[in-house]
Design a protein around this ligand. Structure first.
Ligand code: NAD
Length: 362
């Protein structure tokens, strides 16, 4: 087999392994655009997902990332009851140096050619300004600035969802959903993390915070009377709840043995390094894990509202459903003695399969 055909086979194998429908490679040498759009599933509606700009070391790494992230978007939309499918895009390059209006508009034209099958929004390395440029070429973009009719920053809605998912877990573990008197460590106090700290402090929670950005750490600590902790001390802390709000894969073989937490609930995507292995380890250790893609869906709900024309009130109502959805997942996890992440996956897969069937009838 030639090298060329083995590459083609391997990409198609990756698509079929994760259940993807389509991958589009976008190249525009005039603007320097190199991008990949992955569409995972469109049973429930158009595939919605952010565009991430990142300096990937290789194309293979970029493809792996976009496949993994687009699949998560299918799950996030489905579990929240939204009529959206899952997709994602990555632009390969340095977002601080390599971006231009022309590049973003060129990318917008690739999205336009997908005729609504894919809708994008901002993500790491892209901004609402970039969405505005994309929006000059296609209407299939959301997350544009409030000043031009968008819903603006999704982080408050994301934090609200995390807060409610946390309450649903606290209800399970401590018998009441009040957070007052509990202790939480928030890892990463960026856009989502800071809003979460604010909500927790309003409810008299003892909050510990950690961030690699020292200046921000002390500023947020002062503002909300939170207690800063060193990054390497987080996993040994004797607190009720760990809220990962920075990076993925922080729940892994190395960290789980050190954990004394009762609950893990945060905004970061893909918190479990391995869903099966670490989901099971947490279950055995009696640590309740709030599925990340469920409780961090507030940002996606915000984008959905922008598309459908719902206002802020309706967005908050939809976000509030995260509490009941989390309770349902916990219920299934207990009844079937399976990790919460697998219970959430089952609920998603059933919804998609049920809707697929009704769509096949006239
Ligand atoms: P952000 O970039 O604003 O904040 C991330 C923060 O984490 C920064 O302050 C950064 O300094 C800190 N950080 C990075 N590495 C760290 C480490 N090792 N230890 C401690 N702190 C570290 O990002 P965000 O928008 O707040 O998103 C945070 C996470 O939540 C991301 O994984 C993102 O994908 C996810 N998420 C965010 C939203 C949203 O609406 N903002 C929605 C869904 C999911």
């Amino acid at each position: 087999m030639s090298a060329k055909s083995s590459v083609v086979t391997s990409i198609l194998d990756q698509l079929s392994a994760l259940g993807h429908k389509k991958v589009v490679y976008c190249s525009d040498p005039d603007t320097g655009l190199k991008a990949i759009i992955a569409i995972h599933d469109t049973t429930l509606g158009p595939a919605l997902g952010g565009t991430r700009m990142w300096n990937y070391a290789t194309e293979t790494e970029a493809l792996e990332d976009v496949l993994r992230l687009s699949r998560s978007m299918t799950y996030k939309a489905a579990i929240t009851g939204l009529n959206l499918g899952g997709g994602k895009a990555v632009i390969i390059g340095d977002s601080r140096k390599g971006k231009s209006e022309a590049m973003m508009r060129s990318f917008g034209r690739f999205i336009k050619n997908l005729n609504g099958e894919f809708i994008t929004a901002e993500d790491l390395g892209t901004t609402t300004r970039d969405m505005e440029y994309i929006g000059m070429e296609t209407k299939h973009v959301t997350g544009v600035p409030e000043s031009i009719g968008g819903m603006g920053d999704p982080s408050p809605a994301t934090a609200k969802g995390i807060f409610l998912g946390m309450k649903a877990c606290v209800k399970e573990v401590f018998g009441t959903d009040t957070l007052a008197g509990r202790s939480v460590v928030v890892q990463g106090i960026g856009n989502a993390g800071e809003h979460l700290v604010e909500l927790l402090r309003q409810e008299n929670v003892e909050v510990f915070i950690s961030d690699i950005n020292e200046e921000r750490l002390h500023q947020v600590a002062r503002k909300y009377k939170a207690k800063p902790v060193d990054a390497d001390k987080i996993f040994g802390l004797d607190v009720d709840i760990y809220a990962p709000c920075a990076l993925g894969a922080t729940v892994n073989d190395r960290t789980i043995p050190r954990m004394k937490f009762a609950i893990i609930a945060g905004s970061a995507n893909n918190q479990l390094a391995d869903e099966q292995v670490h989901g099971q380890l947490l279950l055995e250790k009696n640590i309740l894990f709030a599925p990340d893609y469920l409780i961090n869906a507030g940002g996606l709900i915000n984008c959905y509202s922008e598309l459908t024309g719902f206002g802020k009130k309706r967005t908050m109502q939809l976000t509030e459903n995260i509490y009941d959805a989390t309770r349902n997942v916990i219920k299934m996890s207990k009844a079937d003695k399976i990790p919460t992440i697998l219970a959430a996956n089952r609920i998603v897969e059933k919804r998609i399969s049920d809707i697929k069937k009704i769509k096949s009838s006239f």
